[in-house]
Design a protein. Sequence first.
Length: 265
Amino acid sequence: MGLFDKLKGILGSENQPDAAAPADGQDLLGKIAAYKRKTWMPLVEEGAEDEALASKIGGMAYLPPGETYPLCAHCQEPLTLFLQLNPANLPPNCDLDLEPDKLVQLFYCTNQHPHCELECKAWAPFAKSELARTLPLPATEVALPGTAPERQYPARLITEWVENEDYPDWHEMQLGAAGLSEQEVEALESNENTIPKAADKLGGWPYWVQGVEYPACPDCGLQMQMIFQLDSDHHLPYMFGDAGVAHLHQCRLHKGVLAFGWSSY
């Protein structure tokens, strides 16, 4: 059953003899239709041998020849790879307009002595204890270094993407001038699938814990788009604050500008 059918049931339209939704229910279906996006949930393989150029959560990062493992600018200890995305093995119908020849990498400092997350306010985009970047893909297959730096998580290779429909929460729809009524907001909040999905996902709408918090590109000032969401203790064995949700954003114009941030309950 799709989202529209679920919402019809919540609004009481499924019991109508002519199967027609009441006016306010039909209005809601029309209002949210324009916000529908595709999102892709990763299926991961645990215990697999790490691969340098794989799309993965955790593991070791591919590094260009001669580059040492990235260090935290605060404590000077190795950063932890949270995410690596290779455009060659993303969904073929992915509409995020990622650069086809660039790898996306997200590093984060998990050191607690000092507690870089707290001292650097790493929940905010562009914190000095994290690194989000793109870098050119090598022309040939490469191998990983033999020894992993401290505080790296086991690799969870992304082997498949499951496509779903995704919608923003009502706060974001209201910012988009959807004009939802109180009853319509209640119907959206009653949806068992949640709008949007709170899970690891590629694309779609961010699941905002505290409120709508898109970062702005420091180069052009435009609102950045979310390219990946990381949920606490989902595939990544890390909790953002108190069961928080994190987002990796990218500027649509300046593809090399990425921002990472999170919020929690």
